[in-house]
Design a protein around this ligand. Structure first.
Ligand SMILES: *[C@@H]1O[C@H](CO)[C@@H](O)[C@H](O)[C@H]1NC(C)=O
Ligand SMILES: *[C@@H]1O[C@H](CO)[C@@H](O)[C@H](O)[C@H]1NC(C)=O
Ligand SMILES: *[C@@H]1O[C@H](CO)[C@@H](O)[C@H](O)[C@H]1NC(C)=O
Ligand SMILES: *[C@@H]1O[C@H](CO)[C@@H](O)[C@H](O)[C@H]1NC(C)=O
Ligand SMILES: *[C@@H]1O[C@H](CO)[C@@H](O)[C@H](O)[C@H]1NC(C)=O
Ligand SMILES: *[C@@H]1O[C@H](CO)[C@@H](O)[C@H](O)[C@H]1NC(C)=O
Ligand SMILES: CC(=O)N[C@H]1CO[C@H](CO)[C@@H](O)[C@@H]1O
Length: 329
């Protein structure tokens, strides 16, 4: 598998080198590799968070399970299942090996949500990679809770922001008391999916609308202090899960049904994009759902999660089990 991927990648490298010949972007130095792959078709990895030891923790959408991924050994272990939900979606680290996880009921074929079924959970992983899950809050008013990002830590609690695709809203949740309220609601957020905070801005994708944007937020309250800025609105690109480089210059994004990873230049005014990996007919990373950036000393690694292409089989027929792949940047 590794060899096949390396061969494919070295064959496309000259093209990539031309495509990414933009100041501020480097060509990937090594081929992407499979970190871990499930054994069955139909598996679906939704989101990734970093563990304190540089391993990963992931949520599954086909089953309500949280797994840890040992990236050095290429192994995975079930941490917990949250059987009150049918599907898990967003995850964000709130403390030392402690995470907020969003669960609810979806039709994984149509992606239609069951309104009222969504809730937020606190997952704590112990040194055996075993975890406990406790309900923080059911949020029955929500239409379709999706991404979650850690917003603010105080002495007493951690607040997270949660995307509601149906209401075009951002909820703020106190992860200790379970109190929550809508802090932003805007037509421009309809379909809102993945979220990340950086430089006083909330970055988001709205996948059905194929947009990527940001909105400046009040770091105390979480409400918007300005209007939504659309960074990318290219109807040829499906915008799904993303990661922001720590230097704030580039966003890495999974294009879901388009089987590729792109970069978006956040510095240049016109925000040029580059395909850095995969492509519409590529079976290398079928159905990429999100990416996660991990800085380890001088090396940046981008981890890619997939659903194996089950939503849009590559070339109409190729599907495989979900996996985590990695690319050295
Ligand atoms: C920012 O970080 C990304 C990821 O490591 C890197 O590709 C990019 O070149 C950096 N940009 C600048 C301007 O330093
Ligand atoms: C999902 O939607 C499809 C198409 O409407 C339907 O056939 C299927 O039964 C639904 N699945 C569930 C679990 O509701
Ligand atoms: C993991 O946690 C479950 C539930 O608390 C418990 O039943 C099981 O024994 C634990 N496994 C290990 C290896 O500690
Ligand atoms: C944010 O919310 C706080 C508290 O509700 C309010 O005082 C403040 O004016 C709001 N800020 C903006 C920019 O709307
Ligand atoms: C993908 O494959 C289809 C069918 O073979 C072909 O029509 C299309 O041009 C290909 N697209 C790209 C970008 O290679
Ligand atoms: C997954 O489905 C594809 C397409 O039907 C099939 O070729 C492949 O063997 C399946 N893989 C597994 C592990 O079942
Ligand atoms: C697959 C699996 O481990 N399922 C378990 C999920 O959790 C419920 C109770 O919390 C168990 O009954 C299931 O067996």
């Amino acid at each position: 598998m590794r060899n096949a991927i390396s061969l494919l990648s070295s064959a496309v490298l000259p093209l990539l080198a031309i495509a990414s010949n933009t100041p501020g972007f480097r060509v990937a130095e090594t081929s992407p590799f499979t970190v871990y792959q499930y054994s069955e078709n139909g598996t679906w990895i939704a989101n990734i968070a970093n563990r304190p030891n540089n391993d990963l923790v992931i949520t599954r959408t086909d089953v309500p399970e949280v797994w840890t991924i040992n990236v050095d050994e290429g192994t995975a272990q079930l941490a917990t299942n949250i059987s009150d939900a049918r599907n898990l979606i967003g995850i964000s680290a709130i403390d030392d090996d402690e995470y907020v996880v969003i669960g609810g009921n979806l039709n994984t074929t149509t992606l239609a949500p069951e309104i009222g079924s969504f809730s937020a959970w606190k997952v704590t992983i112990d040194s055996d990679n075993n975890a406990t899950a406790c309900l923080i809050a059911a949020i029955p008013e929500a239409g379709f809770l999706h991404g979650v990002t850690t917003f603010q830590k105080t002495r007493d609690t951690v607040y997270v922001l949660i995307a509601d695709a149906v209401q075009g809203a951002i909820y703020k949740l106190d992860t200790t008391s379970g109190e929550y309220s809508i802090v932003i609601q805007d037509d421009g957020l309809s379909g809102v999916n993945n979220l990340h905070m950086q430089n006083k801005h909330l970055y988001f994708t709205a996948t059905q609308k194929k947009i990527f944007g940001r909105v400046p937020v009040d770091l105390e309250q979480g409400n918007a202090t300005g209007s939504i800025e659309i960074i990318l609105d290219d109807q040829n690109l499906v915008t799904d899960g993303f990661a922001l480089a720590p230097n704030g210059s580039v966003a890495f994004m999974a294009t879901f049904t388009q089987n590729s990873i792109i970069t978006i230049d956040l510095d240049a005014d016109d925000h040029p994009t580059n395909v850095i990996y995969g492509g519409i007919n590529s079976t290398d990373i079928a159905g990429p759902t999100t990416v996660q950036f991990v800085q380890n000393g001088p090396w940046g690694t981008l981890y890619i999660a997939t659903n194996g292409g089950q939503t849009a089989p590559v070339g109409g027929s190729f599907v495989e089990p979900a996996k985590i792949a990695g690319v050295y940047l």
